[in-house]
Ligand binder design. Sequence first.
Ligand code: PSU
Ligand code: MN
Length: 319
Amino acid sequence: MKEKWYKISDEVEKAIKNQQPVVALESTLIAQGLPYPKNIEVALAMEEEVRKAGAIPATIGIIEGVCKIGLSKDEVEFLGNGQAKVLKVGEGEIPYVIGTDKNASTTVSGTAWLAERFNIKVFATGGTGGVHKGVTETYDVSQDLFTMSHTPIIIVSSGAKSILDIEKTCEVMESYGILVLGLQTDSFPAFYSRESSIPLNYRVEDAKEVARVYQAKLTLKGKQALLVANPVPQEEEIPDEQISTIILEATQEAVKKGIKGKAITPFLLANIAERSGGTSMKANIALLLNNAKTAGEIAVAVAECIGQTCKKQIGFTQA
Ligand code: PSU
Ligand code: MN
């Protein structure tokens, strides 16, 4: 019998206790999002970006029923090398993994939910899940949106790729009160492309501004996540007209093969990578590293803001 359902790494535990900046990172992109061994390389490079920005990385995943808050290098390798059976879980499925001592990667839903429980305030990922195309037939809406509706954590992402219905995804986020901040952008980013046709009304210029909005959210006891939309770096951007045909073909292949549920996102990611001959993966990696760096900067700004000085500056008093 295991002693506890979770294990926090010493470094992360110390950082959380001392209110130092910490950034959570997810493991679904390691186990189901990118091919081996690129996935391991990227996961460790994201940790490095967080460190360079002055924060401590906490990559989250589940090994033999124990939720690890801060995976070691060996554990990242274990989840990513394709040898062990690794489930993909959101918040709702975590009890099964704990109760049956299984291994699992955590999605944005699973990671955000665990991170927030351990008082981690910032989380970096690539793209969040959302409303899938053909939703009226399939009812496929990612658990990520549900978790974001009741988990007050900052999530840095590059928007949603057009494997999703971006417009419907934004509508659901608005219904749930998930505030989307455009970081130096006025449109919701489309993952590979910096812009989409969906306008964003709430623009911020830097990490400090994100921290102040988050501070306001905490003061008002807002329950939802704060989504920071951070476009892919310009040099790595793939124009929409170039990638949209590939995405459409991948989506059609998924329909033809009858792929559904949890398997659809990993299938599309792999299929798009294959069809684009590596271009999509280059953009994907660039935005992941950039989001890790930005999340590190935001975590540093939040840690400063949580101190008394910021509260006084904004003039909030805790209700
Ligand atoms: N989008 C990506 N890459 C990913 C994912 C989403 O561009 O790896 C992963 C994230 O972990 C996200 C999950 O939380 O897929 C969503 O899966 P689903 O659509 O089954 O909810
Ligand atoms: Mn789904």
